[in-house]
Design a protein around this ligand. Structure first.
Ligand SMILES: C[S@@+](CC[C@H](N)C(=O)[O-])C[C@H]1O[C@@H](n2cnc3c(N)ncnc32)[C@H](O)[C@@H]1O
Length: 387
């Protein structure tokens, strides 16, 4: 069994509402899209292929490679089957293992039971074959095995990402209500911005949108900075080949962005955090930071995009007081951003109505459990002004 060369099903998970964008990314990397579900896209490839997918996909959260699938109608079916699988070929006896699961079956009523049985079967098998067993625990620093048990069918996956791919490794200073990196990337890809015109991000908070924008403008793979992926802990992992791949992706990225990127926030400490995060990401030089009210943001000449993620009363701020802010965003769009496409990412559609401009598109997203929209406004110049 050499999984590194064996094509199998690969499941790639993402935030709800972003599967279309993820599917586009997968196809752009020349992998097939076999199925699209609510929070995942299925493709096919070898275990070696998961390196590229993990390094390059901007909107993926986890890349799962199929290890085994089998019918399991009762609790004991799980252990009985798993203990027969050649785990010693993929997990080192002195390694570290954690098990995650999504379980929806009448066979067990406690997910923890399924996790413990999975872990027991794996370590028992390795102990029997190798004379010792890997350590295990909740941390995702080593091998991560994911159990998906739906009705009477079990699938066991190698989670080649380990930690969620949202953790790019650059956001050292998170502030309140930050957007997940993968969601920020999905928002920018949904605008269709190609890195050429200006990108203005007032209310930047910890800078996630601006930093993801800079990475997109450079064509830089988002996973390059990460030090740890689940696949690194699987037996047979070829570290020099991985380093080579990472260097090639680094070299393929552009050094400079064509369009100007502006990121501002009214709180100087947010701007400082955003600047430091951008420095960690290696894109500080591409972003023009300023501490100011959103209405004072620089809006460079040209046909660019302006993206705001204002508070929407779910986690910060107070919805009642925010109405005026949304109205002012509409005024800012009309008076300062002509020729741009304007975007507001919000979880509060009532507040969005206060903007007072006609929306061209309302793209559905989820920020965790919160249903959100990315609202697009076409900000025509001249006679079509503020139509
Ligand atoms: C929901 S947070 C943005 C989070 C950001 N997308 C991130 O990933 O960190 C909203 C931000 O708007 C800023 N803000 C609130 N009122 C503002 C104003 N009048 N002008 C500029 N920024 C403002 C807040 O300081 C806060 O950082």
């Amino acid at each position: 069994m050499n999984l590194w060369n064996e094509k199998r099903r690969i499941f790639i998970t993402c935030a709800r509402g972003t599967t279309g964008i993820l599917a586009g990314e997968i196809q752009a990397l020349r992998f097939p899209v076999l199925a699209t579900l609510e929070t995942s896209v299925e493709t096919k490839g070898t275990l070696a292929d998961t390196l590229r997918l993990n390094l390059s996909l901007r909107t993926a959260q986890r890349v799962l490679y199929l290890f085994d699938a089998f019918p399991a109608g009762q609790a004991q079916d799980l252990y009985r089957r798993l203990v027969t699988l050649p785990w010693e070929k993929v997990i080192a006896a002195d390694g570290f293992l954690s098990v995650t699961s999504s379980v929806n079956t009448a066979a067990v009523n406690d997910t923890r039971f399924a996790n413990v049985k999975t872990k027991d079967a794996i370590v028992d098998r390795i102990r029997e074959k190798e004379g010792r067993r890997p350590d295990s625990g909740p941390g995702r620093q080593g091998v991560v095995v994911h159990l998906h048990w739906e009705n009477d069918r079990c699938e066991v996956w190698l989670d080649t990402s380990g930690e969620s791919l949202s953790r790019r490794g650059y956001r050292k200073i998170p502030l309140e209500a930050p957007m997940q990196e993968t969601l920020a990337a999905a928002v920018i890809l949904a605008t269709g911005w190609d890195g050429k015109g200006p990108f203005v991000n007032p209310m930047c908070g910890s800078g996630t949108l601006a930093i993801e924008g800079a990475l997109i403008a450079l064509g830089r793979a988002p996973g390059i900075l990460r030090q740890n992926f689940g696949f690194m802990h699987l037996l047979g992992f070829d570290a020099p080949a991985f380093e080579k791949q990472r260097e090639e992706l680094q070299k393929a990225a552009r050094r400079k962005a064509d369009g100007r990127i502006v990121a501002t926030d009214i709180r100087p400490e947010a701007v400082e955090a955003a600047r430091q995060n951008a420095r960690t990401a290696g894109v500080e030089h591409l972003i023009e930071f300023a501490a100011c009210d959103f209405r004072e943001s620089a809006v460079p000449e040209g046909e660019g995009i302006v993206v705001l993620n204002p508070e929407y009363g779910e986690r910060m701020g107070d919805a009642a007081k925010l109405g005026d802010v949304y109205k002012s965003i509409g005024d800012f769009f009309k008076s300062r951003c002509m020729g741009y496409r304007g975007y507001i990412f919000t979880g509060n559609l009532d507040l969005a109505k206060q903007v007072g401009l006609r929306t061209k598109r309302r793209i559905p997203f989820y920020n965790g459990p919160i249903e959100c929209r990315l609202l697009e406004f076409e900000l025509y110049r001249g006679s079509k002004k503020a139509k």
